[in-house]
Design a protein. Structure first.
Length: 80
């Protein structure tokens, strides 16, 4: 459990994080405090050719992900 402010109770309360359903709720009144909890578990899907691929994006602990972009003159460039 974590401590979080509840606008319904108008005080800091203990909040329960429900990872399975992706939300955080107040343990006093039941109000949903946060519903944008992200899972760190990988998800997979099949391509039209039947191959399995990992879905999503990898973001390192630093929060800065390198990406490949296309400059205006064509070709490949690396963006930071």
């Amino acid at each position: 459990m974590i401590s979080q402010y509840c606008s319904q109770c108008k005080t800091d309360v203990f909040a329960e994080v429900n990872d399975a359903n992706g939300f955080t709720c107040c343990t006093v009144c039941g109000k949903i405090l946060d519903d944008s909890v992200f899972s760190t578990d990988p998800t997979f899907s099949k391509t039209s050719g039947g191959a399995i691929q990992v879905d999503g994006n990898f973001v390192p602990e630093s929060g800065i992900a390198h990406s490949i972009g296309r400059p205006t003159r064509g070709g490949r460039g690396f963006n930071v």
